[in-house]
Design a protein around this ligand. Structure first.
Ligand code: HEC
Length: 125
């Protein structure tokens, strides 16, 4: 096998592995987070505010309670606490969960991915 040919085979294999459409493995929770959340949220502690508030230590955290972040009236008034049930409902369809909230988000994930991501985010850190 020539060196050039071998190089091409390597590149092709790499391209196939890197293409989500042909992956057989499910995406990891970290990858789901990168795809769906990290443009707007950090996983650091406050005060790393982006478009949305930081999401560290989310388990049993009262909604809209990160100091220094300007939440919508709707989220402030919600009296929600973040658990697997509330977070899954919020991510599946934020506008139905808490109407008039400010998270401009349409869930691109499957129900199974959403559930996995929610459980991962609620792990104690
Ligand atoms: C387009 C930007 C954007 C994306 C993408 C986004 N969010 Fe948000 N998120 C926000 C904003 C803005 C708020 C504040 C909402 C409010 O005040 O009503 C928020 C609020 C939240 C809250 C409430 C936090 C608190 O302190 O009570 C959680 C939890 C949350 N987002 C999780 C996620 C997760 C998980 C993802 C990915 C699956 C995600 N968000 C994707 C913008 C975004």
């Amino acid at each position: 096998m020539s060196l050039v040919f071998r190089h091409c085979v390597f590149l092709l294999t790499f391209a196939l592995l890197a293409t989500p459409a042909v992956r057989s493995e499910p995406l990891s929770e970290e990858q789901l987070y990168d795809i769906a959340c990290q443009a707007c949220h950090s996983l650091a502690s406050a005060p790393d505010h982006r478009v949305g508030p930081p999401l560290r230590n989310l388990l049993n955290r009262k909604a809209a309670s990160v100091e220094g972040y300007r939440y919508s009236e709707a989220l402030l008034a919600s009296e929600w606490v973040w658990t697997l049930a509330t977070l899954t409902a919020w991510l599946s369809d934020p506008d139905t969960a808490i109407p008039n909230n400010a998270m401009n988000y349409v869930n691109p994930l499957t129900a199974e991915e959403t559930q996995r991501l929610a459980a991962w985010l609620l792990q104690p850190q």
